[in-house]
Design a protein around this ligand. Structure first.
Ligand code: SDX
Length: 447
């Protein structure tokens, strides 16, 4: 745990004048934290922070975000430098192990991952239980959870070697499972991984090759895929990573924890936003309609939001969206130079929103999901697979954070409390003595 500064906060109960000292702890970068672990024991009160907007859930050394400055560091390295100079396998090693690998370590790591990309043949049996039109994210939840039924050789989560074996298997097999899910939904035969291809190339190969014709790997598209994987690899304590940590805190099977993370990522407010952006751009239909939709997004009585805009942490540009916009242009240029109409709408939308007082005052900027869908579409990836690609990339972040949580000596099972506003205790009433009570109208769901 980082050193506790002598600095403290004093909490005083006004009615009694009683006060308590709360220690403050500083990290390497970012806001200090007020340690409230003893608050309930001392005061009999819980803290209350729905959505955890002001709550640090753990100490971590993996990723740092400065939302005001638009900074994202993986183990201290800026995302822009990693996207430009590194590759996804090297970033996986960095996130997992904490340092950039030497040439020898990188070769060994790539080989370890490459030689674990196959899944057990029985996994295909699970697929057959799904309807062909199942959403690929539903298939991913089921298939990754099903991995818990295998690999009993490495389920002791307190054994560091077992944890690393499970982590490598997860990183290696996610593209294979994602491609299996995709092929199943389009009725095509599965394509096995090829050990001669790198991670991004192999993923494209498994998605687009068929037994009749080998997919020709375009280096520009493979590089764009590699960059997209880097950009989505980890992001501090986001909803899906927090889900993996909470599931893992009970000692659950690692594959089951990742399956829980996939389920959380699926939501349109989180990883499902890239799919929602494409659907929104298609609904807008023409750059001249953007103003109308921007006004809809500003209307308090309209649940419509600009998907791909806004972020809990970034109150400036999401640094990933800038890298993604560049990658978008290079992919579209490579694929024939014609501007994807949806990109024209996205660029117009960005221009209008960034000049609009509503978005400026609420510090709403394009996030990682705003451009990724346009690249995926240009690469021939169907909209329903966008969040699956996000899950493939985020797997290394989930397993890195899961390992860190288990290795943390202060770690214990996550068990938040609540403020109870229900009925006070009351006695049972026999059915003959009950009177029907009007159902209370629920308040409107937050948009
Ligand atoms: C990801 O956590 C992570 O790091 C996630 C992620 C990762 O890598 O793991 O970065 C990936 O999930 C990116 C976010 C993708 N989601 C979207 O693009 C969906 C659209 N955006 C939102 O729904 C929203 O911005 C969130 C969910 C991303 C953030 O929501 P918050 O922090 O809870 O903010 P909020 O909902 O309280 O909004 C603050 C205000 C509100 O207005 P008021 O109630 O204060 O008047 O801003 C408004 C919101 O109505 N607002 C929007 C908006 N996003 C927020 N208004 C219009 N359009 C939007 N997109």
């Amino acid at each position: 745990m980082s050193k506790t500064k002598p600095r403290t906060y004093t909490l005083t109960e006004d009615s009694t004048g009683k006060s308590w000292k709360l220690p403050v702890t500083s990290g390497t970068l970012g806001p200090d934290v007020i340690d409230v672990r003893k608050l309930y024991a001392d005061t009999g009160c819980f803290t209350y922070d729905p959505g955890f907007t002001s709550t640090g859930s753990c100490e971590s050394k993996i990723t740092y975000i400065d939302g005001d400055e638009g900074v994202l560091l993986y183990r201290g390295y800026p995302i822009e430098q990693l996207a430009e100079k590194s590759d996804f396998m090297e970033v996986c090693y960095l996130l997992l192990r904490g340092e950039l690998p030497t040439a020898e370590q990188k070769t060994r790591f790539e080989m370890d991952i490459t030689y674990h990309t196959m899944v057990q043949e029985q996994m295909q049996m699970f697929l057959r239980g799904f309807r062909r039109d199942a959403h690929p994210m539903a298939v991913m939840c089921g298939m990754v959870g099903a991995l818990s039924a295998f690999y009993h050789d490495s389920t002791d989560i307190n054994n560091p070697r077992h944890r690393m074996v499970s982590s490598y298997r997860m990183i290696a097999k996610m593209p294979t499972i994602a491609a299996l899910a995709y092929k199943y939904t389009i009725g095509q035969p599965y394509v096995y991984p090829k050990n001669t291809l790198n991670y991004a190339e192999n993923f494209l190969h498994m998605l687009f090759s068929t037994p009749c014709e080998e997919y020709k790997i375009d280096p520009v598209l493979a590089k764009a895929m590699d960059i997209i994987l880097i950009l989505h690899a980890d992001h501090e304590q986001n909803a899906s990573t927090s889900t993996v940590r909470l599931a893992g805190s009970s000692g659950a099977n690692p594959f089951a924890c990742i399956s829980a993370g996939i389920a959380s990522l699926w939501g349109p407010a989180h990883g499902g936003a890239n799919e929602a952006v494409l659907n929104m751009l298609a609904e807008i239909g023409d750059p001249k309609n953007t103003k109308k939709f921007v006004n809809k997004a500003k209307d308090k009585n309209d649940s419509f939001r600009l998907m791909g805009f806004g972020h809990r942490v970034y109150k400036n540009f999401d640094p990933r969206s800038r890298v993604m916009q560049k990658a978008c242009h290079s992919v579209l240029k490579k694929l024939g130079g014609k501007n994807e109409p949806l990109l024209d709408i996205a660029l117009e939308l960005e221009q209008i929103a960034l000049k609009d007082d509503y978005f400026i005052s609420k510090k709403l900027y394009p996030n990682v999901d705003f451009y990724s869908g346009i690249i995926f579409k240009a690469m021939g990836i169907p909209t329903s697979m966008f969040t699956v690609l996000f899950a493939v990339a985020r797997t290394v972040g989930w397993v890195s954070q899961w390992n860190e949580m288990i290795e943390d000596p202060s770690q214990k099972i996550g068990r938040p409390r609540q403020i109870y506003t229900g009925e006070a205790q009351r006695d049972y009433v026999a059915v003959g003595k009950r009177v029907s009570t009007p159902v209370k109208a629920k308040s409107k769901a937050k948009k």
